[in-house]
Design a protein around this ligand. Structure first.
Ligand code: C2E
Ligand code: MG
Ligand code: MG
Ligand code: MG
Length: 278
């Protein structure tokens, strides 16, 4: 653009762009302060067994309330954290909070306590000390390894640098889940090498249920594949009774979405799901 307009290169730095750059730098600085202060919190969303409505897992989702910006969308600050490298510290803080919380629930509510699923970005798996730090954390808070599930996208599982960490986790008994399954570059060769314990069917598929034939076929195929691999499936983004009904008919074992429950505070999960018999 600057070239086409001859010498008017200043157009490249027009006011909206300048503003955007300022916003982005401001967001990064504020995020750095928030992570430094341990101000990022965690919300928990129920993942429910279709057969009997039992709470199987809670997914930990990072939340950041900034005084100036209000509630910052998670995708936005996670992207900023990935770009700046803050994701390492932020990710460990989320793991620490989530594992501590669920270990506490296990002491109070016993074996019926759900597992906890925590999202990890590809970059988090690269440093050699990541897996040892997480395993030490589990030890310290007293959470069994198989009560933790790490959710990662397909690209993450394929990242060559992530291999060592994934092997450490699997050997220790930590579960792996492929997040947003069906939207990335799934390769059957990768699944052959490392079978995850769970697939999370992306909500773009669920959104097209119940009357879209290709979607029905894809969902059925994913369910069959998972079953043959000995893995479970969670359908993400279930918002309507019709979607839940169709997923039940297709034999989907687990569901997650606003219909079942929105991401909520630990207190709220405790009150609505753990304290009362279902
Ligand atoms: P995700 O792991 O796929 O998480 C599911 C997202 O879908 C969450 O958005 C959740 O609030 C939203 N969701 C759940 N049920 C429904 C539904 O029925 N309808 C709709 N429309 N949305 C639903 P959220 O919390 O904004 O998180 C966005 C993404 O940010 C997550 O997607 C995950 O990839 C990433 N993320 C969140 N927390 C962390 C974290 O601690 N570390 C890392 N690395 N990434 C995180
Ligand atoms: Mg997830
Ligand atoms: Mg997901
Ligand atoms: Mg998703």
């Amino acid at each position: 653009r600057a070239k086409a307009s001859g010498g008017h290169r200043y157009e490249l730095f027009n006011e909206p762009l300048r503003q955007q750059t300022r916003d982005r730098l401001g967001l990064r600085a504020a995020l750095r302060r928030a992570v430094g202060a341990g101000a990022v919190t965690v919300a928990y969303q129920p993942i429910v067994r279709v057969g009997d409505g039992r709470l199987e897992t809670v997914e930990a989702l990072a939340r950041w309330h900034d005084d100036e910006r209000g509630e910052v969308p998670t995708a936005e600050f996670i992207a900023a954290a990935e770009e700046t490298g803050l994701i390492h510290e932020l990710g460990l803080q989320v793991l620490e909070q989530a594992c501590t919380q669920v270990a506490r629930w296990r002491r109070v509510f016993g074996a019926a306590t759900p597992r906890v699923a925590v999202n990890v970005s590809p970059r988090q798996l690269l440093p050699a000390d990541f897996a040892p730090r997480v395993l030490t954390l589990l030890d310290r808070v007293g959470l069994p390894a198989d009560a933790l599930e790490l959710e990662m996208t397909e690209s993450c599982a394929l990242e060559p640098g992530a291999r060592a960490a994934l092997e450490r986790f699997t050997a220790a008994g930590v579960r792996l889940a492929v997040d947003d399954f069906g939207t990335g570059y799934s390769s059957f060769a990768a699944l052959r090498e490392r079978t995850p314990q769970a697939f999370k069917l992306d909500r773009s598929f669920v959104a097209r249920l119940p009357d879209d034939r290709p979607t029905d076929a894809i969902v059925s195929a994913v369910l069959a594949l998972a079953q043959h691999l000995g893995a479970t499936v969670t359908a993400e983004g279930v918002e309507t009774d019709e979607q839940l009904q169709r997923l039940r008919e297709l034999g989907c074992p687990q569901v997650q979405g606003f219909l079942l429950g929105r991401p909520a505070s630990a207190e709220r999960i405790e009150r609505d799901w753990l304290s009362r018999p279902r």
